[in-house]
Design a protein around this ligand. Sequence first.
Ligand SMILES: [Cu+2]
Length: 488
Amino acid sequence: MTWKGKAGIAGLALTILLGTVIGTYFWQMRLQKPFDVNMAAMHHTGGMNGHEHGTVHGATSTGLQPSLSCEAIIAKAGEEPVHEIQLTAAQQVTKLDNGQIEEVWAFNSLTPGPEIRVTEGERVRVVLKNTDIQEGVTVHWHGIVLPCSQDGVAGVTQEAVKPGEQFTYEFIADHPGTYWYHSHQASSVQVEKGLLGKLIIEPLTNRFEYDQEETVLIQELNGTMLMNGSTQGVDIQASPGQTLRLRMINAANETEMIRVNGATFRIIAMDGHDLHEPEMLEHHQFQVAAGQRYDLLLQMPRQGKVIVESESGLKAALGSGNDPEPRSDYTLFSWTDYGTPDPLAPVENLTFDQSHTLELGQNLFVKSINGKSFHEIPPIVVKEGQRVKLTIINEGGGDHPFHLHGHIFQVLSRNGQPLSGSPVFLDTLATQEGETYEVYVKADNPGLWMMHCHNLMHASMGMSMMFNYEGVSTPYRVGTKTGNLPDL
Ligand SMILES: [Cu+2]
């Protein structure tokens, strides 16, 4: 073959390859911005061109079951004391403590937004207003078990709240612990721009004793890592010998390795839920995945500071005096065999009504679950009262902290090995490449619930699906037609 002939064939091959890549890209991107999708029926009409195509999944689409609207599932009337808060979302320009100027979106002019602190059993009422965020905002209460209509997912449980509009959330703070809140409209954009905050539910009776407590939240604001809004970190006053509860929230997208130097400590809660008989740790580091919370109980030394430091260089300095000697040898904390089994919460001999395997991975341009993305992933459809086993496998593409809305699930095993320490109840499961976890979800909260990777960039690339209850419908729609794009 002549040189020209070879060049011609190579050129043709390159054109076909480029065409395929570009074609695949646009084919995948239509999923990110669908036209009109009902997340209860997952019957998508449209894609970008408005044609009817795709398949019908889920029970509600048969039209045989009586339909209960998510909108009608609200907090029960009651006499609980009401804790009312106003959150106003607005654009603003903020100067960080390193002098950097940032255009942010804030709740009540703050990022993180105001700390919401309530007591277990209270009725929480939050009036959300949007001043000037054109695409609309919502508030999702991360980790809270609440009625479907209050979950704050644009296009599933409500319309995004547009400028000049408002929405009132109401739920009972049933489970004490460390939580957070964030917008679930275009979440990968809006959380990074600053629409998030701490939510603490104080217990009526405390299993652990301590003299004081503090909360630190790690976030990524327009690419800059912050701890409680600071580029450096925080100084926390604490006296020698005191016991301090440190609540840590990872509201950023990547897993944070946290090191504690200068004190012994216990990890007393994960995702807000107390651990059973947690042992004392010394010279340990632990990983807090995106969306997760860890509560530490620290014993302040007789003299000197305690340093709690993240891999990204953010530091909480507790107490006063000299810093502890820097060290590099830390033991990695293992939560699957920490503490002791709780005789009151046995997990043996569970039988399941449904079992599903979810493979978290990636294709060419998307993050996927079982090879599919977004609303092309068939929803899990359950009935109230069912016991559901999920086998979650991380096939690659990074850490995938897997978050289920509206439920607290129990971790049963890691890589085939049953948990041997404290029972672990989570709303966000940290998974790393090659790991397999089994978790138990009790279907006890009828509604339409998102289940997605809490690296919100991964969610925005398709790692997001639904956990739906049979017979529950929604009047809301996801897509460019309504402008509700919860994962974008
Ligand atoms: Cu992920």
